[in-house]
Ligand binder design. Structure first.
Ligand code: LLP
Length: 423
């Protein structure tokens, strides 16, 4: 459920007309709904009420500091994967003892900053990382609480580019090798074993792969405890899918997910940690674009809009479907048309949607690409020297620019001429 609805024929974010925002900030722009962010966090948290749980919003999904702070104010922690995300989480006010550090390539300086910050947990993804963490922690006279991210070799049955829990994926430590690596961790100075971490992929629309992975983890808890390790935390990652096609696709609700979690690992007496990203931010954001031209091809009509693949890369990178809604509902009865909605970038892959049925559109009309709050703005680039899209947050009747559109001067001033070209 989200808070983007038509009112008097115009699409609104909560109580603000998207046409009004477009008039003020121009297009394209991302727009997030605070009420939706809060609702999604609360629905997830409520599903685990009464259990010892730490929800660490996965900052990579949408790392705008206003978004992180909205969630931190509700009690959320942060799952981070880089020094940059750590700095964002701290700036947004996430307490250090609610920050968990994931990622396959953590570097010494990142580990150092995280240790100095006093974060809650490191999710270690390889033996070399474990050794490095031990060295850095010892040099700082600190102890790092760790979970090994185990790779359970379970097929998440999602898009191949967002599957992470198969043996052929780079993530985590094979569940077969994990007992040996835990034994090593137990010997290393500066390392305190706290738990097990698992994350098998993103946009899962079926509970079965989660259940298979968590069942494997439950077996490991017993085995590791028998070997004398103290396992007190289970980080079960993120991955719960969201509906991208309105009522036509219905991923399991958080309550069903929570019931499955409790059934598989609830009896182990561990704190349960989660790293949801998409299910919190995905449907809380949209990308609003303006129509530039309609172009008639031999066999189809193209709507060329001012947003492009550099602003929202999901359709071309993951074959992702984003619902497209006109900001103004059609006022005259005209037959709908079939459109390919494309951007101005010089690549065939620059499209948002193909063969979509819409009321006839005119230059200047506004379209909303729905469910773009997660992995939208964060994956944007400046390809074709296009300024990064501004981000707007709505709260009831008010809205604010939470990241402005850079000027061309700001963009071009990033480049430097070497001395030999400067004259
Ligand atoms: N934890 C870890 C260790 C992760 O790698 C991820 C996502 C999450 C949590 C959050 O997963 P979520 O709850 O959002 O599914 N750019 C892609 C998605 C990449 C996901 C990467 N890892 C997309 O647009 O579909």
């Amino acid at each position: 459920m989200h808070h983007f609805h038509y009112r008097d024929g115009t699409l609104h974010a909560e109580d603000v007309s998207l046409a009004d925002i477009a008039a003020e900030v121009g297009t394209p722009f991302y727009c997030y709904s605070r009420a939706t962010l809060e609702r999604h966090y609360t629905v997830f948290a409520d599903a685990f009420k009464g259990t010892d749980t730490l929800i660490c919003y996965s900052v990579k999904a949408n790392s705008n500091i206003a978004v992180i702070k909205t969630l931190a104010d509700l009690g959320s922690g942060a799952d981070i994967v880089s020094e940059g995300e750590l700095r964002r989480a701290i700036k947004a006010g996430v307490p250090a003892n609610k920050i968990v550090f994931s990622g396959v390539g953590k570097q010494a300086r990142e580990l150092k900053l995280a240790l100095e910050t006093g974060i809650y947990q490191f999710n270690v993804e390889s033996e070399p990382e474990l050794e490095l963490l031990s060295q850095v922690a010892t040099s700082l006279n600190k102890e790092a609480a760790i979970a090994l991210r185990v790779n359970p070799d379970v097929d998440a049955r999602t898009h191949e580019k967002i599957t992470t829990g198969k043996a052929e994926n780079k993530f985590g430590i094979s569940w077969k090798q994990a007992p040996r690596v835990y034994a090593r961790a137990a010997q290393l100075p500066g390392i305190k074993i706290a738990g097990i971490d698992v994350h098998i992929g993103s946009q899962l629309t079926d509970l079965a792969p989660f259940e298979a992975a968590f069942t494997r983890v439950a077996g490991m808890v017993a085995e590791l405890r028998q070997a004398g390790h103290e396992i007190t935390r289970l980080d079960l990652g993120g991955g719960l899918g969201i509906p991208y096609r309105g009522t036509n696709d219905v991923p399991p609700p958080p309550t069903d997910y929570a019931a499955m979690v409790k059934k598989t690992v609830g009896h182990l007496g561990c704190q349960l940690m989660f790293e949801p990203g998409r299910m919190i931010a995905g449907n809380a954001g949209i990308l609003v674009v303006g129509v530039v031209y309609e172009k008639q091809g031999d066999d189809r009509s193209f709507l060329i809009v001012d947003g492009a693949m550099n602003d929202l890369i999901r359709p071309t990178l993951y074959d992702a479907y984003h619902e497209v809604l006109p900001v103004h509902e059609a006022t005259i009865e005209a037959p709908c048309r079939n459109y390919d909605i494309v951007g101005p970038i010089c690549e065939t892959g620059d499209y948002f949607a193909k063969a979509r049925t819409l009321a006839p559109q005119q230059p200047g009309d506004l379209l909303a690409l729905m469910s773009a709050g997660a992995y939208g703005a964060v994956q944007a680039s400046t390809y074709n020297t296009r300024p990064l899209v501004p981000e707007i947050m709505v709260d009831g009747t008010q809205f604010a620019v939470i990241r402005p559109r850079p000027t061309y001067d700001e963009m071009l001033d990033q480049d430097r001429l070497p001395d030999w070209l400067a004259s």
